[in-house]
Design a protein around this ligand. Structure first.
Ligand code: NAD
Length: 280
């Protein structure tokens, strides 16, 4: 089975649009999302464009502030403070990665947790870890929703996550555990990766290496979730998983593009609407 993130993301966005349309028809304001980016990373530009397009589709008012990499951090902080204090702003997100020399953690933690629609502030990460309600990191939330949509059972399953990033893999481990999965977290210092990936029921790869996960890492009838967004030797978009090589042995697999990526964007919209719902 190919797990189609485009279908699930479209379904989420359709439901959000209906909710916003109904609220606006009854005189409420639209949700509002502020995106901040620094520098001119080409991949980030594409991601921001996709986020703006999705926001416009569902009826979220979106604006994008972009700063040159050599800008004084004062102006970025100043914008975050302004958005933080505005009653009409529901979501603030900083497009990552920031250029070298920028302190990501310091800037992210200036976002009030209630407007942290990427779910990356220290407060929201702590809330997630301790099982409290919070805005959740979008990619991890997207993976859980993909599994639910496709009736992929998580309770009691063995899940191996490759990667230990704060953005994707650590929050995903927390969310998988909350769903009742037994989680193994691997990373670049893991000796003998296949020892952990082959016996798992579900393998999630978030390492950022094109087609790294070949047949040798995959068992039989596994669910394989590919988070990686990479370019192959021909410059084509591809995941961490060597899709053509492993797809026959999996019970379900996400493609790249069209798997986890669209879900990340849809979850950002969902978090913005969740924040707006509380505010209105
Ligand atoms: P990161 O670069 O912060 O971390 C990579 C992780 O992979 C590290 O924890 C490292 O220990 C691990 N790793 C590297 N080489 C390894 C190896 N040989 N064996 C085992 N582990 C290894 O990663 P990130 O920010 O989580 O992103 C990972 C990938 O996911 C990237 O390709 C990124 O572009 C992509 N991504 C996709 C989405 C999406 O929406 N689909 C969202 C975020 C990130």
């Amino acid at each position: 089975m190919i797990i189609d993130g485009k279908i699930v993301a479209a379904d989420i966005k359709q439901r959000l649009k209906q909710e916003i349309d109904a609220a606006v028809a009854s005189g409420r304001r639209q949700p509002r999302l502020e995106i901040i980016s620094v520098g001119d990373d080409p991949a980030s530009k594409v991601y921001v464009r996709n986020k703006i397009k999705a926001a416009e589709e569902v009826g979220i008012v979106v604006s994008h502030l972009t700063f040159p990499a050599d800008e004084d951090t004062f102006w970025v902080r100043n914008s975050i403070e302004r958005y933080a204090g505005s009653p009409d702003v529901d979501g603030i997100m900083i497009q990552l990665p920031l250029p070298d020399g920028w302190n990501e953690r310091e800037l992210i933690d200036m976002i009030p947790p209630s407007k942290d629609v990427d779910g990356l502030t220290t407060t929201n990460i702590g809330r997630l870890r301790s099982g409290q309600k919070c805005l959740k990191p979008c990619t991890a939330a997207g993976i859980i929703d993909l599994c639910k949509y496709y009736d992929i059972e998580l309770d009691g399953k063995d899940v191996t996550i490759i990667g230990r990033s704060n953005i994707v893999s650590k929050p995903l481990a927390d969310m998988m555990m909350a769903e009742g999965a037994t989680v193994t977290q691997c990373h670049s210092h893991t000796k003998d990766l296949s020892k952990y990936t082959r016996p798992a029921d579900i393998v999630v790869s978030a390492i950022g290496k094109p087609k790294f996960i070949g047949r040798g890492y995959i068992g039989y009838e596994q669910v394989v979730i590919d988070v990686g967004i990479n370019r192959d030797e021909e410059g084509q978009l591809c995941g961490d998983v060597d899709f053509d090589n492993v797809k026959e042995s999996c019970s379900a697999i996400t493609p790249v593009p069209g798997g986890v990526g669209p879900m990340t964007v849809a979850e950002l919209m969902s978090n913005t609407v969740e924040s707006w719902r509380k505010r209105i």
